[in-house]
Design a protein around this ligand. Structure first.
Ligand code: KG4
Ligand code: ZN
Length: 346
């Protein structure tokens, strides 16, 4: 993709509980990325509290944008377009970022590009820190496993902005399963990192938790696994009053990783993918990363840890490809709290 016009994109992301702004050049070179996390605030509620999230975005958004420009030593005059997460996400949170982005675009006379948050997660694999060695660019057709707090899906990406959905979760998303099981085994919020940490000292073969293979489909299901952990926890509490959290965490994590890995590999083979891409918050999981990296059949792209969870650099990257390929939105766009990747058009 050397023939796309060069452009610097400033992106704003406020779909959930991170207020983020980043500047990325030509879809790949990250000049700055600022993420103001609300994690500690929501931890006391055991999950994201939407009303609190939007109020917090209002407080953080202007300093976060100013910081992203300052970090990159740029002003709005150096920017070619504004990208913003349009959805999916929490309506009250999305609106704050959208209004900020519209204000910036209008004030600076710049085009505005609305980006799907899930598309953003996929593009996090294109991003690298400016000045670092340029990592290889993902090659199409690309088998894409997207695993976040709200979504788990397998897509075949045939070109930039072109997604063919092969399957998705029938119930809980992978990240949601981590969060719920973490609560069950009393490890708290956010669940993914807590389970990963506990699992590192655990025996993954101690509990034989079920794997929902859903043969003949590329769909996922994690609610049976969650229920199996619940029953085991009840049983253990009744018997000894003590929870072997490390072994429970390791056995649960192994069950999730086994399913995500095998289904992605099968899909990559069946659809003739050249490479594999894993993205979304759960792609930060060390066991999942190691499992994909250990195989040699397909080159694998997994974003750096800082870009796995919500950030604006990924929105700037997806925004660049939209902008460069002629998909400018106009200032009249509205937020789309429910917006599946399958409805994103090139
Ligand atoms: O992509 P993300 O930041 O937000 C959404 O768009 O949903 O994903 C957040 C999810 C949470 O469910 C969190 O528990 C999970 O990603 N997560 C992890 C890890 N880090 C974050 N899951 C497993 N292992 C991790 N290390
Ligand atoms: Zn996300």
């Amino acid at each position: 993709m050397t023939d796309l016009k060069p452009a610097r994109i400033l992106a704003v992301e406020t779909s959930c509980d991170e207020t983020a702004c980043a500047i990325v050049e030509n879809g790949r070179a990250m000049l700055s990325s600022v993420v103001a996390s609300q994690m500690e605030i929501h931890a006391r509620y055991g999950g994201v509290y939407p009303e609190v999230a939007s109020r917090q975005h209002v407080l953080s958004i202007i300093p976060v944008v100013e910081q992203a420009l300052a970090q990159a030593h740029l002003t709005l005059k150096d920017i070619d377009a504004i990208a913003v997460t349009q959805g999916p996400g929490l309506a009250g949170s999305l609106v704050v970022g959208m209004n900020m982005a519209k204000g910036l675009a209008l004030g600076a006379g710049l085009p505005l590009v609305g980006v799907n948050h899930l598309e953003g997660h996929l593009y996090s694999a294109w991003v690298y820190e400016a000045g670092d060695t340029v990592p290889p660019e993902p090659q199409f057709p690309l088998m894409v496993l997207l695993v976040s707090g709200g979504h788990s899906e397998l897509n075949l990406m045939t070109d930039h902005l072109m997604y063919q959905r092969l399957g998705s979760t029938l119930d809980d998303a992978a990240g949601e399963a981590f969060d719920k099981v973490s609560r069950l085994i009393e490890l708290g919020y956010p669940g993914g990192p807590a389970i990963q940490k506990a699992a590192e000292e655990g025996d993954a073969s101690r509990f034989q938790f079920p794997r929902a293979w859903l043969e003949g489909t590329y769909d996922f299901s994690f609610s049976g696994l969650k229920t199996a952990v619940l029953y085991e926890v009840r049983e253990l509490k009744k018997k000894s009053g003590h929870l072997p959290v490390h072994d429970l965490a390791a056995s649960f994590q192994k069950a999730v990783v086994d399913v995500l890995f095998k289904k992605t590999m099968d899909a990559a083979r069946e659809f003739g993918a050249k490479e594999i891409l894993v993205a979304g918050g759960v792609s930060a999981n060390r066991a999942l990363r190691q499992t994909f990296r250990a195989q040699t059949e397909f080159p694998v792209h997994i974003p750096p840890l800082s870009l796995c969870t919500d950030n604006a650099a990924m929105i700037a990257s997806a925004g660049y490809y939209r902008f460069a390929l002629g998909h400018v939105s106009g200032l009249d766009i509205d937020v789309l709290p429910t917006w599946p990747l399958s409805q994103v058009t090139a």
